[in-house]
Design a protein around this ligand. Structure first.
Ligand code: DX5
Ligand code: ZN
Length: 225
């Protein structure tokens, strides 16, 4: 199963509900980037915006918490209508954050930065519903895809397969029609894309093109063509 997940970070923040409407037909989930100005040098949105968007969309809200203290906000995200929350392994306390996320009825994800080794998340694979391999350093949309993360995506895929884990493998950063085939061949199945979708005049079509490129690569099989 392949999921194309538009990131609202590159949408018009003055018209988020419209942006969601525009992209919905090409989206499996919606990715909500939460930045606290500490873990990353940027500020975005929080639970009140998620609650407002919830009234406009039935899509799965995949919240990416780029924060030093996600534990202080998990309950607020759950109440706002988030379906999944992903915390960064770099902030620590990962086991209890994942457990708390699940306890609140959300799917629990663990993210790792491009320079964090796969070993950092290994202990948590059996306790999460999603692994997010960042393919840029978090903080801003529109950055270039880092191909040197591909071996780590392969490592994560192999580990999840070995454990017969149902956890999803997500990538985020610089995903477009060119890079989607690479990450899919490496084993990712949940593809977040921000600028490649929302910089397009027809975001739903941009999402479809990314899906097509990824599906073609999947059909061709791993590491070919
Ligand atoms: C980066 C965010 C991403 C971002 C991706 O910090 O976590 O979700 O929106 O944007 P693109 O697809 O433009 O790299
Ligand atoms: Zn993100």
């Amino acid at each position: 199963m392949l999921r194309i997940v538009p990131s609202l970070l590159s949408a018009d923040f003055g018209g988020l509900a419209e942006a969601v409407g525009e992209v919905s037909s090409g989206a499996d989930w919606l990715h909500v980037d939460v930045m606290d100005g500490h873990f990353v040098p940027n500020l975005t949105i929080g639970p009140p915006v998620v609650a407002s968007l919830r009234r406009h969309s039935g899509l799965f809200f995949d919240c990416h918490l780029m924060m030093d203290n996600p534990g202080d906000y998990l309950e607020a995200f759950a109440q706002a209508g988030a379906d999944g929350c992903t915390v960064h392994v770099e902030v620590g306390d990962t086991a209890s954050l994942l457990a708390e996320t699940r306890r609140l009825g959300m799917r629990a994800g663990v993210a790792l930065n491009p320079d964090t080794s796969f070993r950092a998340i290994e202990p948590f694979l059996a306790h999460c519903d999603l692994v997010l391999c960042m393919t840029v350093f978090p903080g801003f949309g529109g950055q270039s895809f880092m191909a040197d993360v591909l071996p780590k995506i392969e490592q994560a895929r192999a580990a999840l397969d070995r454990a017969r884990s149902p956890a999803e493998l997500e990538v985020d950063g610089g995903i477009d029609e060119e890079t989607a085939p690479l990450v899919v061949r490496a084993g990712a199945r949940v593809l977040v894309a921000g600028s490649a979708i929302f910089d397009d005049e027809r975001p739903w079509e941009a999402a479809r093109r990314i899906r097509l490129a990824a599906e073609k690569a999947l059909a061709r099989g791993p590491r070919q063509g």
